[in-house]
Design a protein around this ligand. Structure first.
Ligand SMILES: [Cu+2]
Length: 145
């Protein structure tokens, strides 16, 4: 009786250890699969990054511009006619949002840190603006029908 019980336990242990080894193998296979798929993800994200870079050359579809590090971000945006654009000064310095080319456009006056300014574009076209304090700060709003 005792011997057969011991044999039974040994059999159970062998089966468990064997099964555990199989599971471990299976898991390592899964890990390999996960590793290769994460490689795919990083390849995809690097592709996304390059497409974001090319997007920076084109207007970004947004009505919200942040002023930071002495620059408008994004500097070039596109909105539909009738859109109100909001500029937020998140910089430590005072800036302005001032139309550049004599068309109807923003004229914020001095915008201290944390202040916002809004302007509604009711005409389609391309509208340049700048900061009247820092000549290097320029931006463009493209208004579509
Ligand atoms: Cu400025």
């Amino acid at each position: 009786m005792n011997k057969s019980a011991v044999i039974g336990i040994v059999v159970v242990v062998v089966v468990l250890v064997g099964g555990g080894a199989l599971l471990a193998k299976h898991n390592s296979d899964n890990n390999k699969t996960a590793t290769s798929s994460s490689t795919d993800t990083s390849t995809k994200s690097s592709t996304d990054t390059s497409s974001q870079d090319s997007n920076n050359l084109n207007p970004t579809a947004t009505n919200s511009v942040t002023i930071q590090n002495f620059a408008f971000s994004p500097a070039n945006i596109t909105v539909k006619k009738g859109t109100t654009v909001t500029w937020t000064n998140s910089d430590s310095a005072t800036h302005t949002v001032t139309e550049t080319d004599g068309q109807t456009g923003p004229s914020s006056g001095d915008l201290a840190t944390g202040k916002t300014y809004t302007f509604t574009y009711n005409t389609a076209g391309t509208f340049k603006y700048h900061c009247s304090i820092h000549a290097s700060m320029v931006g463009t709003v493209t208004v579509t029908e």
